[in-house]
Structures are given as structure tokens and as C-alpha cells.
Ligand binder design. Structure first.
Ligand SMILES: Nc1ncnc2c1ncn2[C@@H]1O[C@H](COP(=O)(O)OP(=O)(O)O)[C@@H](O)[C@H]1O
Ligand SMILES: [Mg+2]
Length: 161
């Protein structure tokens, strides 16, 4: 699915809707240049998972874990150059009980499960961001379909009767 977001709040709301459809053990690979809104999207995920802590960019710590019923593991792979470096962080256990959202996912692509939701963000000028969610198949493909339906309803509600 492809959405044009017109504000940071809209990006967070889209991610919040997505969070309601995710399960522990799910992986999201976020791509897009600096300032595209990857961290903003993860903030919305956290909110949707009921996490009330402030989510900021984990660039300097590489990964931050937010425990919750379904937790959030927020990884920033900007400074990582190989899958091995990622495995060395030893995050497997935290990932199992969490939704794992990886910024700069391409840097560690071989470390990511094939079953993952790709979220590509693109700066379309000003506050516009084109956000594309793609899954290879299986349950995550159905998640994307469900998100698409939910999002249509959100937009309809906002447009009013
Ligand atoms: N529609 C939008 N969606 C997300 N962020 C937006 C949007 N419009 C403007 N922004 C701004 O773009 C920046 C995105 O920053 P951030 O989420 O940290 O990006 P990244 O993690 O991709 O580097 C923020 O300053 C945010 O306020
Ligand atoms: Mg970021």
C-alpha cells in the first residue's frame, strides 16, 4: 500500500494503526533518507503498542528496547556495516517478545528475516512523505491489506459525512 502523509502526526497515526495489527516476533525494515520520517513512524508504532516512553533516534546506542505486552525493539543500523555486527548485539531474545523496527535496514539486510514488512519512506517535498508498505506474502501481506482498509476508514472519518 502507498500513502501520502502530509504531517508528522499523520505518519505517526498510520504507524499506530499498523501497530494494532502486529504481533511479537514481527519485523519491520524501514528505509528512506535522513529526515524521511523513519523515527517518526517508529514513534507511532510505540504509541500504538501502548508504550508511553519518548522514542527518539537510537543512533548512538544502536538499539533500544521498550518492554510492553508486545514490546518494541527499535534498531538504528546506520552505523552498522554487516549482519555479523548486528548479530553481535545479541538482541534475539528481545526481538522474540517485540515488534522489531529497523532503521537503515539495508545495512544489515542479510540479518533480517525474509518474512518482514518493508516500509519505504520518501520525502516528497515540504511535509509530504510517500510511505509504501510491502510484505512478501503470508500473514504480513494480510496485515498490509488490513492496514489499507483501516486507513481508508480513518480518512473517511476525517473527511466527515
Ligand atoms: N509527513 C511527515 N512524516 C514524518 N515526518 C515529517 C513529515 N513532515 C515533516 N516531517 C519532519 O521530518 C523529520 C523526520 O525526522 P525523522 O523521523 O527523525 O527521520 P529519519 O528517522 O528518517 O531520519 C522530522 O523533523 C519531522 O517533523
Ligand atoms: Mg531516524
Amino acid at each position: 500500500m502507498r500513502v501520502t502523509s502530509t504531517s508528522p502526526d499523520m505518519t505517526r497515526r498510520l504507524a499506530g494503526e499498523l501497530a494494532l495489527l502486529l504481533r511479537a516476533g514481527d519485523w519491520l525494515a524501514l528505509s528512506g533518507p535522513l529526515g524521511a520520517g523513519k523515527t517518526c513512524f517508529v514513534q507511532g508504532l510505540a504509541h500504538g503498542l501502548g508504550i508511553r516512553q519518548v522514542v527518539s533516534s537510537p543512533s548512538f546506542v544502536l538499539a533500544k528496547h521498550y518492554p510492553a505486552a508486545v514490546g518494541l525493539l527499535h534498531v538504528d543500523a546506520y552505523r552498522l556495516t554487516s549482519a555479523e555486527e548486528f548479530w553481535d548485539l545479541g538482541l534475539q531474545e528481545q526481538a522474540e517478545g517485540s515488534v522489531t523496527a529497523v532503521e537503515w535496514a539495508r545495512n544489515i539486510a542479510p540479518a533480517l528475516p525474509v518474512e518482514r514488512l518493508e516500509v519505504a519512506l520518501e520525502d516528497a517535498g515540504g511535509d509530504r512523505r510517500v510511505i509504501e508498505c510491502v510484505a512478501p506474502g503470508g500473514r504480513l501481506a494480510r496485515v498490509v491489506e488490513a492496514l489499507s482498509g483501516r486507513w481508508d476508514r480513518v480518512l473517511q472519518t476525517e473527511a466527515g459525512p
